[in-house]
Design a protein around this ligand. Structure first.
Ligand code: GTP
Ligand code: MG
Length: 417
């Protein structure tokens, strides 16, 4: 098994470091335990960083002075990053010096990763990585609350403006993964771990297809074309489906086109893209040698090409590459679209936040019944005391006890022998 590109993953914050760590944990293949990717893990929270097991191909950096985390405060997250920027910059440049492509990985919504991401982009852009890095971003779930949604949207707003000047953005929509992948008996932590492995495996699979399998037929998608897609500004949408070779009947395209269409519609990591805006697309199909002979006919490839053309009518090319793989009886189809706008789940997040803000506003305008009741309450004890003082001063102002110099309660000490 070979890889096309040597990736480096730069994880920021807990979500970002967890995903980067999962990517560094990927082994080349079932037979080869070598780990082909490296990860630099930067977090403020020391405990979260220590929880990730050490591998020879990972490096951890704690943002000293902020070890307890920054509590979802993006200004503080940015400050923590900037405080250590010089050392981070030196580390990034030496640690990633042999890498072909870097992913900045960040769970949007927290303080550390989200606070640091714009600075991290700036850093890579100005230290020799311009044009060969992209973003791996998670979108928060809809129920994560105002602060998290607000943090994520603040950064998405900036990234949207800069989108065309950056590399690919791979969006991992946690809500989508949660809705489609949650096993009801799983804890949230286990779910996160399995979804991080899913992201890591998918990126690795795409990176091996182009380098590991024997091309079948005239066209093949090579590492430089894959790198070009990763260098394309905008979101990268990935679809994947696996069919049993037996279930495919060439005489009836519905036996494979339906599954393929569904896989593009739903996506592996996020959904809701306007595919018509794609600036490039590619399909890679891997089948074992006997299935390849049977399936990879002109009409099969044309069916898939015409589907791609329907999705992206403005593109001149709809490349479909076919390969011979090693999984008996299996056909795997990967579809990739580059140069896309954000998925519509970003719009849904803005709507969710607007709704939460509206509810908060409504709540703050409600009459505070408790405050009203408290304002109307008058202490009887206080009233009596005031009345008594008034009485004393009116009736015998001169005979009032000497209140100016209160009696020293400890004066008896003076008389002790
Ligand atoms: N897919 C995935 N998402 C995660 C994971 N951990 C956190 N997230 C998401 O990332 C968002 C940000 O959370 P963290 O990464 O913990 O935040 P942080 O950057 O460490 O920031 P602070 O803890 O506020 O300092 C969360 O709201 C989740 O939506 C993970 O392991 N996998
Ligand atoms: Mg954290």
């Amino acid at each position: 098994m070979n890889i096309s590109l040597k990736y480096g993953f730069w994880g920021l914050g807990m979500g970002g470091t967890s995903i980067a760590h999962a990517c560094a944990g990927i082994k080349l293949s079932a037979k080869n335990a070598q780990r082909p990717y490296t990860a630099l893990l930067v977090n403020s929270n020391e405990m979260d960083l220590l929880k990730l097991p050490d591998y020879p191909n990972t490096k951890k950096m704690i943002l000293l002075g902020y070890e307890r985390g920054v509590g979802r405060d993006i200004q503080l997250g940015q400050e923590a990053f900037n405080t250590h920027k010089v050392v981070i910059s030196e580390t990034v440049q030496s640690y990633f010096s042999d890498r072909d492509y870097i992913f900045i990985s960040c769970g949007l919504g927290g303080g550390t990763g989200t606070g640091a991401i714009i600075e991290a982009i700036r850093l890579l852009h100005t230290t020799g990585f311009a044009g060969r890095f992209g973003l791996l971003l998670t979108l928060p779930r809809r129920n994560e609350g105002r602060k998290v949604l607000d943090n994520a949207l603040q950064r998405l707003q900036v990234i949207k403006r800069a989108m065309q000047g950056l590399g690919a953005i791979v969006v991992v929509d946690n809500e989508k993964l949660f809705q489609t992948g949650l096993n009801k008996n799983q804890s949230v932590e286990d779910f996160m771990k399995s979804s991080n492995r899913h992201v890591a495996r998918l990126l690795h699979d795409l990176n091996t297809v182009t380098a590991s399998y024997k091309p079948y037929g005239s066209y093949h998608f090579d590492a430089s074309e894959w790198l070009n897609m990763l260098k394309t500004g905008g979101c990268l949408h990935i679809g994947k489906c696996t069919l049993s070779a037996q279930s495919v009947d060439l005489a009836s395209p519905v036996t494979y086109m339906d599954v393929l269409k569904q896989s593009v519609l739903h996506g592996e990591l996020s959904t809701g893209y306007d595919l018509q805006g794609a600036t490039s697309s590619a399909v890679s199909i891997v089948a074992d040698s006997s299935a390849a002979k049977k399936l990879f006919t002109h009409s099969f490839v044309e069916q898939i090409q015409s589907f791609l053309h329907e999705c992206t009518p403005i593109l001149n090319e709809n490349p479909v590459a076919t390969y011979v793989g090693d999984k008996p009886g299996q056909v795997t189809i990967y579809t990739v679209f580059a140069g896309l706008n954000f998925p519509n789940s970003v719009t849904e997040l803005t709507e969710e936040l607007a709704e939460l803000e509206r509810k908060a506003q409504e709540r703050s305008q409600q009459t505070d019944e408790i405050a009203v009741a408290l304002a109307g309450f008058k202490s009887q004890g206080k009233k009596e005391q005031v009345d008594l003082e008034a009485l004393l001063s009116d009736e015998a102002p001169s005979s009032a006890p000497d209140t100016d110099t209160p009696k020293d309660p400890f004066s008896f000490l003076d008389n002790l022998k």
